[in-house]
Design a protein around this ligand. Sequence first.
Ligand code: ZN
Length: 243
Amino acid sequence: MPDHPQEALLRLLDLQEQDTAIQRLETRRAALPEAAELADTRRRLEELDSDADIAEKQRQELSRAQSKLEGEIELIEIKTKKDSERVFSGAVSNPKELSALQSGIEQQNQQRSVLEDQLLEVMEQVESNDSHIDRLTTQKVEATERATELEEKVSLLMGDIDAELESHGLEREKIVPDIPSDLLAMYDKLREQKGGVGAAPLRAGTCEGCHTKIPQRELEHMKAQKGLQRCENCRRILVVLDI
Ligand SMILES: [Zn+2]
């Protein structure tokens, strides 16, 4: 590799600075807590919708059961009223017929009592189902409001991040032409292998890529050699700032 002037190496540090900022922003963008909460809230809303559908169907079934029982009770009441009127009108004089009518009325009263108990049970279920629907409605309103809030927040935060990314991207484009292509290729490869950091300054005898102190003898060797240096420990490109 040809030797590179200090100027190009310093520009490489500028490029690293932009790439580090871009990487930090991209990481932040991918892990916005507000976006994660928004996804959770949307999932919760879907669950609430599905629960509300089930509760609504249940309400219709209960409503049908209630109407059916009320209809049956009404029919029995009409029959009982008619039979009672016959008994008390004196129109039936045959004792057998009278007795049959009276025991019929008794049976009807028993039937009605059973149906009324069933109706009461259904009405209790209707009440409990209605409160369940009310709770679901409240939860849906709350979750929808939270989702709207989060959508606005996420959109603002993403907008800020994207604006910063764009500005760093533009800055990066300005720096790239100042760096020889072989140096740039080496930097890109190292950056890929080493967590986004391909070039690091050597400051106060320490590689700032891996924070390792370079032995004095090696430092002197680097100083004598000048140009492109690599950290013996992390293999990153070292830009000697001062020794
Ligand atoms: Zn190092």
